[in-house]
Design a protein around this ligand. Sequence first.
Ligand SMILES: [Zn+2]
Length: 370
Amino acid sequence: MSVGRRTALLFTGGPSLAGVPSHLVLRLVLAAAIAASPTLAAAADAFSRLSRLAQSAAGPGQVSVRFMGTSTILVEADGAQVLVDGFFSRPTLGEMLSPTMPPKTGVIGQALARAGIEKPKLKAILVAHAHHDHAMDSAWIAHQLGAVLVGSDSVRHVANGQGFAGKIHFQEIQGGQTIEVPVRAGIGREAIQFRITAYCSPHSATWFSLKPLTQDLPKNAGALAYTAGPNYSYLIEYKGVRLLVHPSGGYRPGLYRGLRVDVLFLGLARTGRLFHAGETEAYWREVVEETQPSLVIPIHWDDFTKPINDPLPPLTWPVDNADLGLRRILALNAKLPVPYDIERMPIWSPVALPLKPRIHPAVPPVMVGC
Ligand SMILES: [Zn+2]
């Protein structure tokens, strides 16, 4: 989740709210959102006007992707799957205000079945950070399907607090680290694998806590107890095809310098409310222009307090203005002599990526740490 600096200043700087704890301010804002909810559906929607990729089936050796709201993305090739986040519970704003917010295991189970995410295909779950809209369902899925859970130490504290300590295979990851997820044996002794590299990228500014979790999260904790810890973008490589999932709308200057990718999943959370136009330009330059993707797919733009439907509503006031964020991105793209291909994913349906990847220079050394 991503809630931004400029709005936060309104609440922390005003005399009438001086001294009010930030979690109470957040509760007030969420309560206001509930009161305003009838107006949310009427928001202008650049997303529904964006060209949508068609559902298509992948052949042997081909990578396919599925988008299921926020930054929940399934990457699949040759019968093996890697899932980013796996957030399906999508608590309502009312549920987020409650001190107890258990994962909705019935909803998660239905979602896994619908997307064909199953044992033993699912090999790994890559978690961006420990906020609930990324981490809350991931350990349950890892346990259910026997997949490795990959994330920060804060994500481990979420899993442990849910009772999965010692019951799942957890792999802590850090910025600059690469792991290989075996898909199958290749010809001779060549193994075929997903190669996954973590890039520590700042979370967008927010009034939800960005601190790391230093102890196990209480079981069924409420939304405010999920603090982010480090945020990771993941480069996923398979047979020369490169996907970069950049889930949170922050950037680290130079993080992607020299990196070239085929598909960029671009997080738009908070880019409409947090960013000035100039900041959007820096975000665009550091994340899109640095990586020169053949295809840009916006993610984390949907209202994650609503169940997944197609079309999804974009995030609106007071949490975000995703529509404005997208329009700013599209305006920057339109200025280019050769614009990038920016398209949206269908919800739930698989989209096969082009069989022939571009020839890329080697992945440059990755910044270590955060
Ligand atoms: Zn977050």
